[in-house]
Ligand binder design. Sequence first.
Ligand SMILES: [Zn+2]
Length: 455
Amino acid sequence: MRLWLAVFLARAAGWASRVLGHGGSSLPGAVARAIAPSVLQELGRRLPSGAVLVTGTNGKTTTAALAEHLMRRGGRAVLRNQTGANLVLGLTAALIQATGWRLLPRADLALLETDEASVPRAAAELRPRGIVVTNFFRDQLDRYGELTHAVRLVARGLEALDPDGRAILNADDPNVARLGEPLRSEQVVFYGMVAGWGDPEDSPGDVRHCPLCGAELLYRRRFYAHLGEYRCTGCGWQRPPLTVAVEEMDLVHRRVKVRFGDVAAWVPAVLPGTYNLYNQLAAMAWAWSWGMAPDALGEALNDFRPAFGRMERTAVRGREVWFALVKNPTGFNQVLATLAAEPQAAVGLVAINDDYADGRDVSWLWDVDFERWLPRVAVRQWWVSGRRALDMAVRLKYAGVAAEALTIEEDLARALEGAVDSAAGRVYVLPTYTAMLALRRHLTKQGAVRHFRQG
Ligand SMILES: [Zn+2]
């Protein structure tokens, strides 16, 4: 009864907040947990195939979207939380949304993008059947502090993994790989790359030392940042053997040969960039561990469409507009690296807000390697926008962008319209989270992006 009341009132609160124009609020989750503190646990228990958490610094949304796509193609009913609603309240709201009036779930399985800080509690309540960990990078300075803190939080979550559950771990990231140390080998699926588009100039950045003993790590190959094949010079610890591995790349046909256990299959590389290949690998490793055959995975990927903001392409008044969310230095560098591979001339728009969801401290912009990437990106005109447009303008000036190549327009809608109008060809739009939402609202009003998914 209490549970039913919690679900009922949370639904009502969600409806009211939508009517009042506060979309995506955390209210339903908060209402439900106030009435029935164990609501997440109880609803989670009713899911026939349980819950899977997807966590890590970068790539959570893309990985969850890919995993959802694969599961649906595999014939399963999947529920997923809204993009960005990845704290415990957001997870609770997602499960409530997928629960009918008789308290029966409308999905077989919950696939939950989960913020690292929420992993311990979400795992304790849901006892997940799977935890997928993408990577650990230093995120915005004012969020969770030290990288090691995030690692510790996820390690605590893994302690609550269902005894028959699986941890899907990126073996190429030393801090993710170490999470497998206390687990039984049959509980872990390590994924990583044997062959890849490595960039020798790329710096290892955040991780240079062994997470077990602190000695220096030696890399035999690096695919990006600190992700690669490593060995510790002190204790001898090294990248664990890969269960799911990229073994060959076919750049011409944009496909990769992936080994799943003993079976290898060619699958399409559905998104640009090495970082996205890792996301795809995580999703595939998970789907495979749940019984999807390698051939079926490849087939299912053929019609995947990326989520809004993760390098989505759309058209505005005949111009090709690319959107890519930027939220931390590594992610921004990867977006720039992807743009550097595109020779076509374009106009760039960087939109920086500083709401809580964006990170209040924008000093992370100084950690983005503009000096290295801008000369390689075919953008000659830059627009900067958002509440921190001026900070961004200063950053671009320091990176060598001339004053006449820079337009400052704090109003997001006007900046987007201006960038589109001034472009002969493409427009690259690189917004932080709330700037992305505002730009999407603007475009939706113009009728340009009807097809973008909710989230
Ligand atoms: Zn070591």
